[in-house]
Design a protein. Sequence first.
Length: 187
Amino acid sequence: MTVYCALFTAFIIVGAYISIPIPIGPVPIVLSDFFVMLTGLFLGWKHGLVSVALYFILGALGLPVFAGGRAGLAVIFGPTGGFLFGNFLMVSSIGFIAGKMKPSIITFIIALITGNFLLYLAGLPWLKTVTGMSWAAALAAGLFPFMAGMVIKIIAAAALGRVLLPRFRQMQASASASADRENNEGE
């Protein structure tokens, strides 16, 4: 599972590099949240948290893994820091809901909507507080420009989960069985 955690951390990093600044405010359009969604769906809440924590720690240590190749504590505690912390809420809620309910497109959409709600619940107050914006300005800079993209990302993540998650779980099961056989033969 360590390899999967590292792989999904790499996906999140690649998604952060796909960053489009918007003139309205400090929050860019990125694909890292899309990969955080997939991380929750595919790895569940525990291993999803490991992947997001690894991403967060790498950025805190100064590796350029955040949106636009940025890094460091100034980013973590800057205007977009609440969204970075919100990734923990997002991945854990998506992983928890998707893991507790019967896998279906509806389950995935419920999990993904909940995860996005929690992401913005953490990110928007932080943005407002750090920048001194009014609530209207914070919503205009940190939510409204992203709503259409959020819907597209949720639909795409749910579709990918529906198609690829059963194969991913089969692959995990066969790798686990193979490892068990190797361990039993070595005893």
